[in-house]
Design a protein around this ligand. Sequence first.
Ligand SMILES: Cc1ncc(COP(=O)(O)O)c(C=O)c1O
Length: 379
Amino acid sequence: MVQPSRRAWDMTDEMGAEKSQLDTPRLVLDLPRLDRNIERMARLADDAGVALRPHAKTHKLLPVAERQIAAGCHGLTVAKLGEAELFAAHGVRDLFIAYPLWGARKWERLCKLAAGADIRVGADSYEVFEGISSAAFALGLSIPVRIEVDTGFGRCGVQTTDEARALARRLTALPGVRLVGLMSFAGHIYRTEPARRREAAIADSARLVEVAEALRADGFDITEVSIGGTPSAAHVAGMTGVTEMRPGTYVFSDRDQVALGWGTLDDCALTVLATVISRPAPTRAVIDAGTKTLSSDTASAVGGWGDIRGHLDWRLASLSEEHGVLDVPAGGDSPPIGTQVEIIPNHACGALNLHDRVAVVRGEVVEDWWSVEGRGLVR
Ligand SMILES: Cc1ncc(COP(=O)(O)O)c(C=O)c1O
């Protein structure tokens, strides 16, 4: 595996054993918190008797995938073929590509992958399934596929039960693919008001189960009913008819997930270390982390740009590319230049994706460094 390029000063930094000694800005992953999050979701799924197939687009990290599998996950979900290739090359044998793959080059790569691993694909159109079918048939493969149903998010997915029926009918006439299930993603929970989130999560699953039953009534062998999303997981884990959950962000959690009801800020395992580099006014502190370190992702449920661990009264008021502006109290409790701060990002997936390597810590001790191997695998 080719490592992302590392400069001499970065390698010197990596010899430091204390978190507080790290050069900033730095992405940091707290191992005990990570393991607690993995364990919590694994137990939730296990208690509910539902399979757990976490979305690995959140972490893109081989050691995290290993820990999820060791905790009982039967496979992983990915969005990109490149991610599937990476995880398969490192021993993950069961992968669901929850993304419509388009184009002969992708179908060829998919077939190569499917020849050596258990690969499922989700899509919502005859065109995509037909492309996969012709490539797979030519190689004597039969690739399991799932139809995506739009349950309210307004992204991909067939819109009606009749559309699902029609697609299922055309699909089952194709060689090289076999219809095994349905998928949905309840992304609209992120923008649903708090009092209605549980109801919206239940409605997403209920709708998918309803379409599955309609297809079964028509004679289709639908055995896999897969739902996604961290904020909906706790609400729907035990719902009759759901066979699989695909939460992703839970593994790190972030400021948005906490606002949406998943755990507390103390559960957030992925943070960005930054340093106060300017104090231009009594209530303004400027740090060395901006959108190129934290991402521009907003927190759909709370607004703002991130929380400062241990100083929730310091408000990250704005970000530019390389700067973050903190509103701080004037006087005694005000951070001087050189103060290290630990930011809980709005969206862990977006922040992770901006870094080549992550410092892996246990409390204050740096235990390891992990390469973000899946970074940049966008095709
Ligand atoms: C198709 C699909 N499944 C699952 C997930 C995981 O959701 P979450 O990030 O809420 O855990 C996502 C997230 O974008 C997704 O797009």
